[in-house]
Design a protein around this ligand. Structure first.
Ligand SMILES: *Cc1c(COP(=O)(O)O)cnc(C)c1O
Length: 485
């Protein structure tokens, strides 16, 4: 008997979007044309798109209705004031500077606060965050706890800041060379792993003792708040909204990609308490984003974001969102597929190094697995390993991080349980015969954030996924059959 489900969706479907079905030959051709990089596939060739949960959310009827209330005045749009009110109430920061998306806010914050030669500590890097810190002349320093780098550790708060590492950095470079601590909630690159409130409180106190501000990357702060409610003693009955407010109350402001928690397709913001910093940010916003009351967005986008933030803190919503992720994760775990534990908040991270032990790290096992999974079943995933990390800035050598992962990220409110079943079945099939997957070599490497546009080719032969051997196991032909991805 299956346990009564606790996370069923608190919504029903009103409109559907058709998907194109493809054959294995279609997919082998498409992934070769894309240089074995799933970022370069056409969305029309994808069946189940788990590339990212960024901007891929399904908006609610209330949000769509909100679009019609867009006030497209150049200055002082009513939607800006609505959003400002919601951000003040839900995140608690006084000043709102909207930006076209998260990296727009990261750009403003980095340019305003970082001087060349500064060290910027963070609980694990995020691609765009680190890149903007480096463009401003900073050096990223990882201060996350060691458990975050161990895919088998069951630590319930793997996003936590290691206070000893933080103190060591303060002693080493001096607090005046640390412009701020970049504190990410529900750490993306660690597998969607939360920080505890106890740790957030302590990390912020340590920084403030040395007059170092703390800025949250609040992109997934609501998912983090949900995990605190589930796991941290004393918060079992607190509302997700109250926990979110408390998380934010310890920091001096945040950058935010609204394309995640906030249930919209585009948007972001910088929110701070300091009046002077806010004034400077509004001024720089005009240069890079647009006037400070629209920040590169249409009035309707601001309205959808305001409504999305309100929906995001509803308990039934966030429980169903994380529940879907855990359903997929448990199906894979039960079948013996190596995944990052505990299962995170926005996706399931497959340990590609353990999944494909026959491939050396120089052949980018995670990249190869994303390409092979697409060829197998039309499921699009993303590499989060050596290709994403890039090269060492000093030596120019490839960096091979501890985590070589494939991320299966769930868009919010988009896919059904049957879609998750198809995904799990095709991964389990690949796992039964991993030597079908061929390693890759890079044939083109762009200068910035190379994972987005890099191109590859198989190290031998002309396909990334060899045909199944005669008599080899397949859980179910339908999962990998001729017409069904
Ligand atoms: C997506 C994301 C960003 C960047 O936001 P964009 O809206 O994609 O520019 C920054 N930090 C984290 C943790 C993210 O997940």
């Amino acid at each position: 008997m299956q346990k009564r489900r606790s996370w069923a969706e608190p919504y029903k479907i009103k409109m559907v979007e058709h998907l194109r079905m493809t054959t294995p030959e279609d997919r082998e051709r498409a992934i070769a044309e894309a240089g074995y990089n799933t970022f370069l596939l056409r969305s029309d060739d994808v069946y189940i798109d788990l590339l990212t949960d960024s901007g891929t959310n399904a908006m609610s009827d209330r949000q769509w209705a909100g679009l019609l209330l867009g006030d497209e005045a150049y200055a002082g749009s009513r939607n800006y004031f609505h959003l400002e009110d919601v951000v003040r109430r839900r995140y608690g920061y006084r000043h709102l500077i909207p930006t076209h998306q998260g990296r727009g806010a990261e750009h403003l914050l980095s340019q305003l606060c970082i001087s060349p030669g500064d060290s910027v500590p963070g609980n694990m890097y995020f691609t765009t965050t680190k890149h903007h810190q480096e463009l401003a002349g900073g050096r990223f320093v990882d201060v996350i706890i060691d458990e975050a780098h161990d895919p088998t550790s069951e630590h319930p708060f793997k996003g936590n800041v290691d206070l000893v590492k933080m103190q060591r950095l303060i002693d080493e470079v001096g607090p005046e060379r640390i412009p701020y601590l970049s504190l990410e909630t529900n750490v993306n690159m660690a597998g969607g792993q939360p920080c505890s409130l106890e740790n957030i409180r302590a990390a912020c106190a340590l920084c403030h003792e040395h007059s170092i501000p703390v800025f949250l990357d609040a992109t997934r702060a609501v998912e983090n708040a949900y995990f605190i409610r589930e796991r941290e003693p004393g918060y079992e009955t607190a509302s997700v909204a109250d926990i979110l407010r408390e998380i934010c109350s310890h920091a001096d402001g945040c950058t935010m990609s609204a394309k995640k928690d906030a249930l919209v397709n585009i948007g972001g913001f910088l929110a701070v308490n300091d009046d002077t910093l806010a004034e400077r940010a509004r001024n720089l916003c005009v240069v890079y984003e647009g006037l400070h009351t629209y920040g590169g967005l249409a009035g309707r986008d601001l309205e959808a974001m305001a409504i999305g933030i309100e929906e995001s803190v509803e308990y039934d919503h966030i429980r169903a969102r994380v529940g879907q992720v855990h359903y997929l994760g448990r199906r894979l775990m039960d079948a013996g597929v190596p995944i990052v534990r505990p299962i995170g908040g926005h996706g399931v991270f497959v340990d590609a190094a353990r999944f494909l032990p026959h491939l050396p790290r120089e052949q980018f096992p995670a990249q190869a697995l994303t390409a092979a999974l697409y060829a197998e079943s039309g499921v699009r995933s993303m590499e989060r390993g050596a290709v994403s990390v890039g090269r060492d800035r000093e030596t120019g050598e490839n960096v091979y991080p501890a985590l070589e992962l494939v991320r299966l990220t769930l868009p919010r409110r988009v896919y059904t349980q049957a879609h998750l079943d198809v995904t799990a079945e095709s991964i389990v099939d690949l796992h039964a015969d991993p030597e079908r997957v061929v390693g890759l070599e890079m044939t083109y490497e762009p200068a910035h954030l190379r994972f987005f546009q890099a191109r590859f080719r198989p190290v031998v032969g002309s396909v990334v996924l060899r045909r199944r051997r005669q008599g080899a196991p397949a859980t179910e032909p339908a999962a990998a059959g001729s017409t069904i991805p």
